[in-house]
Write a protein that binds this ligand. Structure first.
Ligand SMILES: *[C@@H]1O[C@H](CO)[C@@H](O)[C@H](O)[C@H]1NC(C)=O
Ligand SMILES: *[C@@H]1O[C@H](CO)[C@@H](O)[C@H](O)[C@H]1NC(C)=O
Ligand SMILES: *[C@@H]1O[C@H](CO)[C@@H](O)[C@H](O)[C@H]1NC(C)=O
Length: 603
């Protein structure tokens, strides 16, 4: 093969002309394939097409994101030797005992094992390595609700009378692989909201100690013998409850203590009075965004980087059930703020067959049969709204921003709605907004409404702003192309259903979940800023029917759906929790520093 940069080749005008024509032909084909609504578009052409000509920042973000996703996928492990080697390189320890059986189960389930997809486990467990294993295992053992495994059998312990069925759902998941587990106790949080907020300095010390003690044990010292839990079971310790704050304490003031010095939120206190309109940051140029569109999703979720979120999210204004501690105790739950120290497992709602969350097995019509519009139905949750606070809540802000009447009024006389501010036009070159037609466009494009308001539908203070609508089942919402998603009291459990649907999810959140390291924003869903200032800009890019956006939207919707069917299956949740519990058993054991799997190094 000749090389393009060989001067002998380039001096030949004929060849140059030939190359130019060839290049243009490839470009034209790629352009056609990607941006036209054909059945046979090819994902590989995304790169070729978007590298040329198109200037919109979302295109650049999509290209970057696709490269990131592909790069990770290249690191897939196909045998236990590769998986264990990557484990050691990334974690600085041997894998835990039982890793080989876990890997075999992953192969049997066709699961994609990329070491980075499990990073969350290590972020969550790191500080526990610095606590006394004997204390941790006793606290885990005696907690009020525990999924236990003894002699290869899983069962739930705790009073579930009148409670959400989470203990049962999580126990059923662990039952699927309990025969392969050592004895273990998984204490669970039964509240919507996460529980632990360990101050920054305390966590820093624990992490430092873990770092100091971490080492790759000598192969001949490694053991698979656990000290086990028999002595704890015999002792029957009492449940341990740390000092709990709440319900009246300000969640923000507790949470902000986890922010490091040098973060913008460090030392920023909560407002005393929320009656003023929701306040948006001035000259908004977030470091984690490209021209206003989210570029670093991890940073975009982090309230320590965005002190304005103290008054733009219900969790920080008045959570429904606040009960929080500064102490590090073992507790597993479905979601948390980046600042919480709870240990993440897949949300129980992802494990229920209830169609309310999953949308069932009907994932909606093909893209070209969908309505070019956006739909949202939901409860006005997110905290406990009051007359002088509700306009700061994320769901109320979202529904109001997508209410054409409200937007038109803001456009007409410049008075701002209590919930939002029109985005600055020098940041987003929004054509509808420039023409003063944003409200009219939203009215046609978006269908959003609450199906229920809290504390109750009859609250007088909501009357001028919201009209209650009939619920629409999730699978009927899939008849629309665009599905925005916002946090409720904690994470929004519809996200997995949205990803598995044939529609395009647009998501803003401050809640971390088990799956974050395996999803890539701009490839599998559209990330939104928690201010929603980018919302109009994003939907205008995607939804303009004559531009390239529609094909881009369809690309993400279809990539997201395929990926969810590949890495967010029940099998994948099972494998995640299985691996987490292998690690957790080791952290809780007196032999933790020598426990390991070295089978691959011995042969
Ligand atoms: C597990 O097995 C051990 C030894 O066979 C036995 O002593 C113990 O009672 C068993 N535990 C449970 C919970 O069945
Ligand atoms: C994204 O933001 C996080 C949190 O601020 C940071 O740790 C990480 O390095 C950033 N990633 C990139 C690629 O810049
Ligand atoms: C939209 O806002 C108007 C007031 O601007 C309000 O009357 C109407 O009920 C809102 N619609 C919905 C669906 O909440």
């Amino acid at each position: 093969m000749f090389r393009l940069w060989d001067p002998r080749v380039l001096t030949s005008r004929l060849v140059v002309r030939y190359l130019t024509v060839g290049f243009l032909a490839v470009f034209a084909v790629a352009n056609y394939v990607l941006w036209h609504d054909t059945e046979s578009w090819d994902t590989a052409s995304l790169h070729n097409t978007m590298a040329f000509g198109h200037k919109h920042p979302i295109k650049k973000l999509m290209v970057e994101a696709k490269a990131h996703h592909d790069h990770l996928l290249d690191r897939r492990s196909h045998d236990v030797e590769a998986a264990a080697a990557r484990y050691r390189a990334r974690r600085g320890r041997h894998p835990p005992p039982g890793f080989d059986r876990w890997f075999k189960a992953a192969l049997d389930a066709d699961a994609i094992v990329v070491e980075e997809y499990f990073d969350r486990i290590y972020k969550d467990l790191t500080p526990f390595w610095a606590l006394d294993p004997n204390i941790v295992k006793r606290r885990a053992n005696a907690w009020h609700w525990v999924v236990k495994v003894r002699n290869g059998t899983a069962f739930g312990v705790g009073d579930v009378e009148g409670r959400v069925p989470w203990l049962q759902l999580w126990t059923a998941l662990v039952k699927e692989f309990a025969e392969h587990l050592p004895d273990v106790d998984m204490p669970i949080n039964m509240m919507d909201e996460p529980r632990m907020l360990v101050p920054y300095d305390d966590i820093a010390k624990l992490v430092e100690l873990e770092n100091k003690e971490r080492k790759l044990a000598k192969v001949n010292e490694v053991t698979a013998e656990f000290k086990g839990l028999e002595h704890v079971d015999q002792d029957k310790p009492d449940p341990y409850d740390p000092e709990w704050f709440g319900p009246s304490s300000q969640y923000w003031d507790l949470a902000v203590k986890t922010c490091g010095p040098g973060t913008p939120a460090y030392g920023v206190e909560q407002l005393k009075d929320f009656s003023a309109p929701a306040e948006f940051p001035r000259n908004w140029r977030p470091s984690y965004a490209l021209k206003g569109f989210v570029q670093n999703w991890t940073a975009a979720m982090d309230p320590c980087l965005q002190p304005h979120l103290r008054q733009l999210h219900g969790s920080f204004i008045e959570p429904v059930s606040l009960s929080s501690t500064h102490e590090l105790i073992p507790l597993f739950g479905g979601s948390k703020l980046p600042m919480n120290n709870d240990i993440l497992i897949p949300g129980a709602m992802y494990l229920t067959p209830d169609e309310f969350y999953s949308g069932g097995e009907n994932h909606g019509p093909a893209w070209r049969h969908k309505k070019n519009g956006l739909i949202w139905r939901g409860v006005g949750s997110g905290g406990r709204p009051k007359e002088d606070t509700w306009h700061h809540f994320q769901r109320h802000r979202l529904v109001d921003m997508l209410n054409g009447t409200t937007v038109s009024r803001a456009e007409a006389d410049g008075t701002r709605a209590p919930t939002f501010e029109l985005p600055s036009s020098d940041m987003y070159a929004n054509k509808h907004q420039r023409r003063g037609e944003l409200g009219a466009w939203i009215k046609k494009f978006a269908d959003t409404a609450f199906v229920e308001l809290l504390p109750d539908d009859d609250c007088d203070f909501f009357a001028p702003y919201f009209k209650i609508s009939e619920p629409i089942p999730m699978n009927r919402q899939y008849a629309y192309k665009y599905l925005p998603d916002a946090d409720g009291n904690s994470f929004s459990a519809r996200f997995r259903g949205f990803l598995r649907s044939t529609s395009l999810p647009l998501k803003a959140t401050v809640y971390a979940e088990w799956h974050d390291d395996r999803l890539t924003p701009w490839v599998h869903f559209v990330p939104l800023d928690n201010t929603f200032q980018d919302l109009y800009g994003a939907i205008e890019f995607f939804a303009d029917s004559d531009g390239p956006g529609d094909a881009a939207a369809r690309f993400i919707a279809e990539m997201g759906r395929e990926w969810a069917e590949t890495v967010l299956r029940r099998e994948d949740m099972r494998l995640y929790v299985w691996r987490l519990l292998l690690e957790w058993t080791r952290v809780c054991d007196e032999n933790r520093h020598t426990l390991g799997f070295v089978g691959d190094l011995k042969s």
